[in-house]
Design a protein around this ligand. Structure first.
Ligand code: SAM
Length: 295
């Protein structure tokens, strides 16, 4: 493939190089900002899953343009090391680890962020359920960190995969943010299931207690009886993507679990309720009587 063929195919890839952004994703944040004015009044921002750093570049440029005299602080976090960016504090770590969350909180030095963004994406496997599940876990981790560091009234912007449980996710986000919008910037390819949630006016319910050890109560071994008030109602936060059940596309060997008798043989059970008057009954009767041309 020629060096310039990707330039030809992807206008944003080309533009990113021309304008000095480290990745074409810069345009996604720029376009979201244009529509939702998310940088207004922002001096403290956290960029989760930031490498190679184009969103942090956008933050550094736009926040300084908007508040030239502001005390700007930008914290960027990623699993991967990032080349340094002027005016950005860089942390290397996994956002699903408590220690990474604690490092971010520590760098904020008791202050709250006005904006948290997360463009996190796992290495896509091509197995949609698996990819959606990992993406949901990343979002959950990002959101949990956000509940610890975002100021009341603050904003949260994050990448989501529009899978089958996405409506549930939107309503759950609305428990924490009165304004939740999903957007697909023009620079995000149509062929990709990614979209972005723009959550505004952070307003956790009265009595909500963020927990670092049990993020939004995802730990199912949690003692539910100890939860009180709104913390009981808010759970379980992300119900989507549970991989523990049977996969309807898989074939399982017989006997399977409780279907085995004492000797380990498969015991085929009748349907709980067979059809009462199926239209194929007559055809079956005729076929049994040897008349295969049931008409
Ligand atoms: N917004 C970035 C930019 O503009 O340069 C691009 C982000 S890239 C699409 C997704 C990033 O998510 C990758 O750099 C990856 O290392 C990071 N990531 C995935 N899982 C992560 C995790 N558990 N903790 C931290 N970063 C993670």
């Amino acid at each position: 493939m020629g060096k310039s063929s990707k330039d030809k195919r992807d206008i944003y890839y080309r533009l990113a190089k021309e304008e000095g952004w480290r990745a074409r994703s810069a345009f996604k944040l720029l376009q979201i900002a244009e529509n939702f004015n998310i940088f207004e009044g922002v001096t403290k921002a956290v960029d989760l899953c930031a490498a190679p750093g184009s969103w942090s570049q956008v933050l550094a440029k736009k926040l300084r343009e908007k508040q030239p005299d502001g005390d700007i602080k930008i914290i960027a976090v990623d699993l991967q090391a990032m080349a340094p960016l002027p005016g950005v504090i860089e942390l290397q770590g996994d956002i699903t680890n408590v220690s990474t969350a604690e490092a971010i909180i520590c760098h904020l030095e008791g202050e709250h962020a006005d904006l948290v963004v997360c463009d996190g994406a796992p290495d896509v496997t091509g197995l949609h359920d698996m990819d959606e599940y990992i993406q949901a876990q990343l979002l959950l981790a990002a959101l949990n960190i956000t509940t610890h560091i975002l100021k009341k009234g603050g904003k949260f912007v994050a990448k989501v995969f529009r899978g089958r449980d996405i409506d549930l996710l939107y309503s759950q986000l609305r428990l924490l943010f009165p304004r939740v919008t999903v957007t697909k910037p023009r620079s995000s390819r149509n062929s990709s299931i990614e979209a972005f949630v723009v959550c505004q006016d952070y307003d956790p319910p009265e009595g909500f207690q963020p927990s670092m050890t049990n993020p939004l109560m995802k730990n199912t071994t949690c003692d539910w009886s100890k939860l009180v008030g709104i913390n009981k109602e808010i759970v379980p936060f992300l119900a989507c993507g549970d991989l523990s059940g049977f996969d309807s596309d898989m074939t399982y060997p017989l006997p399977c679990f409780s279907q085995a008798d004492q000797d380990g043989n498969y015991n085929c059970l009748l349907p709980v309720q067979g059809p009462i008057d199926p239209p194929y009954e007559e055809a079956i009767a005729l076929a049994r009587a040897g008349n295969k041309t049931a008409e």
